[in-house]
Design a protein around this ligand. Structure first.
Ligand code: DGY
Length: 321
């Protein structure tokens, strides 16, 4: 296990295997992880661990890589499949928690909550001010949702509760969900960007979505539009984002993810007042992280007991070697 997690998850794996846990709060260096994987039948890892072909090549016993995340862009899944190694993830259990956080970012940005908190702490709250920290209403604003998977759908439902207009784009159109939630389909990403006041990203990171939002896309966004990212930092061209914000082309950004992570304290984004950044915590409610940890542990147990992981991203791996 590549990081300390809930004891429940450790205990679960310990029912079928001897468990070694990397004891630090920061990820094991790649070479250390690789050395540990060399001896292991199963690997419980996190999105901060790079599980590449070379590591897998050097791990002759390995039968399962279980990522404690729904995203698995840190794992070379094709390389794992070719070696008969199952890859597990944790879908479903973090959907609402992550959607709530995307919404929290949007509200915090719109109503200038971080600026208000800073003002009070820094002793700048002198009186009730009729012009103090004026923000924007979400009601009647247009939210563009990029990717209408599990999380995107819950964000859409929440937005409808706030009486926002919701437009989405997605690889496949979803008419039944459009009708049920009262949301509109945009046939292209550009069509969505041209009409949204808030754009919230809910796509997995893969070759098609890497740098999906760059200079050209910022160019068609509405002036004053706000980008919300709880997906992966690499979905956005961060240099282009800085340029769009510095030129005043964009209203702002609220980001729970960055490229790279962690974001350096001197990152140009952190010099801008219209940027809100959190440290990749959208799924970080206690209950959800416990579910993610036990689900990822169960995926390991499944394989070590001779079954396919309950939540498997490469059933074609076929198990074992
Ligand atoms: C995931 O699961 O992919 C998130 O980024 C972390 O919860």
């Amino acid at each position: 296990m590549s990081r300390p997690v809930f004891q429940e998850a450790v205990d679960l794996i310990a029912t079928v295997a001897e468990v070694t846990v990397w004891p630090e709060e920061t990820p094991p260096p790649y070479d250390r992880l690789r050395a540990e994987a060399r001896e292991a039948d199963g690997l419980f890892c996190l999105l901060t661990d790079r599980i590449d072909e070379s590591l897998l090549d050097d791990a002759p016993r390995l039968r399962v890589v279980s990522n404690m995340a729904v995203g698995y862009d840190n794992v070379d899944v094709n390389a794992a499949s070719r070696r008969g190694i199952y890859v597990g993830n944790t879908p479903g259990v973090l959907t609402e928690t992550t959607a709530e956080f995307a919404f929290a970012l949007m509200l915090a940005f719109a109503r200038r909550i971080p600026q208000g908190d800073r003002m009070v702490r820094e002793g700048r709250w002198k009186t009730w001010g009729p012009m103090t920290l004026l923000g924007s209403d979400l009601r009647h604003a247009t939210l563009g949702i990029v990717g209408l998977g599990r999380i995107g759908q819950i964000v859409a439902a929440m937005a409808r509760g706030f009486e926002m207009r919701v437009v989405y784009c997605s690889r496949t159109r979803k008419p039944e969900i459009e009708t049920r939630l009262g949301i509109e389909y945009a046939p292209t990403l550009e069509a969505l960007l041209a009409q949204a006041d808030y754009v919230s990203l809910h796509v997995p990171l893969n070759p098609e979505t890497r740098r999906l939002i760059g200079e050209a896309q910022f160019g068609v966004m509405r002036p004053n539009a706000v980008l919300i990212n709880t997906a992966r930092g690499e979905v956005v061209d961060q240099q282009a984002l800085v340029a769009a914000l510095e030129s005043g082309r964009l209203g702002g950004a609220a980001l729970d993810v960055a490229d790279p992570e962690p974001m350096a304290p001197n990152d140009p984004l952190l010099k801008l007042d219209n940027v809100l950044v959190t440290p990749h915590i959208a799924s970080a409610s206690r209950a959800t992280r416990l579910k993610m940890a036990t689900m990822a542990a169960q995926n390991v147990v499944d394989v070590l007991e001779g079954r396919r992981p309950t939540h498997c991203v490469n059933p074609e791996a076929g198990g074992g070697r």
